[in-house]
Design a protein around this ligand. Structure first.
Ligand SMILES: Cc1cc2nc3c(=O)[nH]c(=O)nc-3n(C[C@H](O)[C@H](O)[C@H](O)COP(=O)(O)OP(=O)(O)OC[C@H]3O[C@@H](n4cnc5c(N)ncnc54)[C@H](O)[C@@H]3O)c2cc1C
Length: 475
């Protein structure tokens, strides 16, 4: 029997496996994906949000605990546990040397990243390189890794873990860490969580999943049914406007469309529906997924003209181009008359002052609804470009309730050998909203705690069994 079983194969699982092994436990990791798709959503990440009181390697200036906490408080609207949040924040200040020891490398952000050189440490080679480094280190340390192993059941007795099952296969262990992500890849569950809208549509049918297809929430569902304490709202998910031509799964970061604040966005009726210039794009990109989800057919079109080119990260797919707005409407299949009226009304309403995309400038509209409050310039310089937008789901917030030891709880009581980390419990810290890099901070902090606690629980259990054996032998 192995000491610690880790279920999942992303950042949180790997941090847990490495910590448990470092503590002297024998460790097996079960990853649902085949080897070439290992690493869950973590393979798509770029950075980790880190507290620091002075410049540290790739991080400039300072990002003190209090500022990090206030940022979390603001984005979650108070849906956070301050004790667990501060624990995560403090852990983010000290985890990088440990990450480096296991092969992770950092680099300064590239220009065009969301103004995060102060707050976020970027992984050299992105999340894929991080995950590969952790797997290499885990294998070198003797962690047994099994791919193609989706766990579908857990054997529990009164909150104690005994074994995990994957089909006919059974894996016994003295302790276990659950780190199998959210349920965003499970389209049937997303459909149920989002429900039907007033027009009779099922919005989730038009969602695209930005990350892995393997986060089906099977284990989360199993644990909820088994009576584990739950946190978070199933209908909440981090949802970004991405290119409608992105694949259903694993489109990753390059499918994001970052030109919204430089133009206008219309729905399939050719009408604008929200202030595209409300605030800086890094502070607004995560509301546009939900805004598009609320539109008929769950589709929108970001429209810009030649003046915007070179001012945003170019998306992976080229835009639809046209020499006139009329031609653009035809190419997009939008109703010409309302589309041209929307653009003419917008152009006429623009009050152009001093355009500055790096500041909340004075270019705004007057007399139209919705207003565009910054960066409003007429869309009048061909060629014109359009990018189709769909809601792109990053992750869900529903998870298992934990304490500072990452223990799974049943009826308020912590399990003594079952732990949880990463997206499966992130809702304790992040009940809603998001601030870039905090997903990896939570997974790293709680993955490490869960791994260390699981090792301690397993080694105690092994000693107790041994002690009982010796007692029987001498009795
Ligand atoms: C495109 C994109 C970009 C992102 N960028 C960032 C970023 O830059 N910084 C940041 O902090 N966060 C980012 N995030 C969020 C981040 O990915 C998550 O917060 C983090 O990766 C969660 O780690 P995790 O280990 O909990 O889950 P995951 O990395 O998703 O791992 C879950 C693992 O569990 C496995 N699994 C699922 N079900 C089972 C089962 N039944 N049995 C066995 N294994 C199972 C999966 O195959 C997978 O390996 C991004 C997300 C996406 C989609």
């Amino acid at each position: 029997m192995v000491d610690v079983l880790v279920i999942g194969g992303g950042n949180a699982a790997l941090c847990a496996a490495l910590m448990a092994r470092e503590a002297g436990a024998s460790v097996m990791l079960l990853e649902s994906a085949p080897r070439e798709w290992r690493g869950g959503n973590s393979q798509h990440t770029r950075n980790l949000r880190c507290m620091h009181d002075a410049p540290q390697d790739v991080l400039v200036d300072a990002y003190p605990e209090e500022e990090y906490w206030q940022d979390l408080l603001k984005v979650t609207g108070g849906l956070t546990n301050e004790h667990l949040a501060r624990l995560t924040i403090r852990a983010s200040a000290t985890c990088r040397p440990w990450m480096q020891k296991h092969g992770v490398r950092f680099q300064p952000p590239l220009s065009g990243a969301l103004h995060v050189a102060r707050t976020n440490a970027f992984f050299m080679g992105g999340g894929k390189a991080l995950v590969n480094a952790y797997y290499r280190s885990a294998e070198a340390m003797g962690v047994a890794v099994q791919y193609d192993t989706p766990v579908d059941a857990i054997e529990l007795d009164d909150g104690r873990f005994f074994a995990a099952r994957s089909g006919e296969r059974r894996f016994e262990a003295r302790a276990c860490v659950l780190a199998a992500g959210g349920f965003e890849s499970n389209l049937a569950w997303m459909r149920e969580a989002w429900g039907q809208n007033a027009a009779g549509e099922w919005p989730a049918d038009n969602f695209l999943i930005r990350g892995t297809r393997f986060n089906q929430g099977v284990l989360l569902k199993y644990m909820i049914d088994a009576g584990a304490d739950v946190i978070g709202d199933p209908s909440q998910s981090h949802c970004v406007a991405i290119d409608a031509r992105a694949p259903l799964y694993d489109g990753g970061i390059c499918t994001r469309i970052d030109c919204v604040s430089l133009g206008v966005v219309v729905n399939r009726q050719g009408e604008r529906f929200y202030d595209e210039g409300e605030d800086f794009w890094p502070k607004r990109y995560a509301i546009w997924g939900r805004l598009v989800a609320e539109q008929p057919g769950q589709i929108g079109y970001s429209i810009i003209d030649a003046k915007a080119i070179g001012r945003f990260m170019p998306p992976v797919f080229p835009g639809t181009t046209a020499a006139t707005l009329d031609e653009l409407a035809q190419k997009l299949g939008l109703p010409g008359e309302p589309f041209l009226r929307t653009l003419a009304d917008y152009n006429a309403a623009c009050r152009v002052g001093t355009f500055d995309h790096t500041a909340l400038d004075d270019c705004h509209t007057e007399g139209i609804a919705p207003a565009k409050t910054h960066w409003a310039r007429p869309i009048d310089t061909p060629p014109y470009y359009a990018y189709p937008l769909r809601p792109g789901i990053t992750f869900t917030y529903l998870g298992l309730r934990v304490d500072e030891h990452a223990a799974v709880h049943f009826g308020g009581q912590p399990s003594d050998n079952l732990f949880v980390a990463g997206e499966m419990m992130a809702g304790n810290v992040l009940g809603k909203g998001y601030t870039a890099g905090v997903g990896m901070s939570i997974g790293t902090a709680f993955g490490r705690i869960a791994g260390a606690r699981a090792a301690t629980a397993a080694l105690h259990a092994a000693q107790a069994t041994q002690g009982r054996g010796q007692h029987h032998a001498t009795a």
